[in-house]
Design a protein around this ligand. Structure first.
Ligand code: AP5
Ligand code: MG
Length: 216
């Protein structure tokens, strides 16, 4: 299975990606997680990306496509993969198409702007794995600690309300057009496009997603 998860910031892509990746046993490839790891390791990529991400803007297509090509060359991607936060522009989607990879399923998680704002302010993440929690809706077993490693949870730099608004604008301008892009490909190929309601609980959303696998 080769899957793309589409949806605005805070839609629950990372939350659902972890569940899907465990269920289908395919790697979860989040360009956001890869960039945050580069920032915490202070690599040249991280230094370049930090300012852009803190402002809520997008890293260049060229850099992102370079990251993706390198990641896909790893052995664990042979049996399929799940993209979370990629592609995010028409340029990235064209770049992916040029790699001759046939995507089976595009899942769009739909959600309103109001819900996004409340989710972002309560989000906490485990930096090393990218696991995402919410202080109210999806709390860790021990406050402030990752369920798997017991390490500290942190708040993301770009979850400040003003940056969240900037990210939402960027999504509407640059990523939303991908919905029509993939609906059009669906008409011509075996690719399936499925919308799910991201306003439901994480469990309900994942059940809706798992049901869509039966259509593939
Ligand atoms: P990225 O890390 O991809 O962020 P994003 O797309 O803005 O999405 P988020 O990670 O904020 O939200 P999510 O949908 O994963 O939600 P989550 O599951 O955490 O990108 C960050 C930045 O990196 C970009 O702004 C850009 O600068 C750069 N970048 C990355 N990829 C790029 C690319 N391809 N091209 C260019 N630049 C790129 O959930 C959110 C919160 O809600 C959590 O607290 C969670 O616990 C909670 N929650 C989840 N589901 C539910 C639910 N059903 N009910 C209640 N609460 C829920
Ligand atoms: Mg995420």
């Amino acid at each position: 299975m080769k899957i793309i998860l589409l949806g605005p910031p805070g839609a629950g892509k990372g939350t659902q990606a972890e569940l899907i990746s465990n269920k289908l046993n395919i790697p979860h490839i989040s360009t956001g997680d890869i960039l945050r790891e580069a920032i915490s390791n202070k690599t040249p990529l991280g230094d370049q990306a930090k300012k852009i991400m803190d402002q809520g803007n997008l890293v260049s297509d060229e850099v992102i496509l370079g990251i993706i090509k390198e990641r896909l060359s790893e052995k664990d991607c042979k049996g399929g993969f799940l993209f979370d936060g990629f592609p995010r522009t028409i340029g990235q989607a064209d770049g992916l198409k040029n790699l001759n990879i046939d995507i089976n399923l595009v899942l769009e998680i739909k959600i309103s702007d109001e819900i996004i704002i409340t989710r972002m302010s309560g989000r906490r993440i485990h930096q090393a794995s990218g696991r995402s929690y919410h202080i109210k809706y999806n709390p860790p077993r021990i406050e402030g600690k990752d369920d798997v490693t017991g390490e500290d949870l942190i708040q993301r730099n770009d979850d400040k309300p003003e940056t969240v608004l900037a990210r939402l604008e960027v999504y509407k301008k640059q990523t939303d057009p991908l919905i029509d892009y993939y609906l059009d490909i669906q008409k011509k190929t075996d690719l399936k496009f499925v919308k799910v309601n991201g306003a439901n609980s994480p469990k309900e959303v994942s059940e809706e997603i798992f049901r869509s696998f039966e259509k593939i």
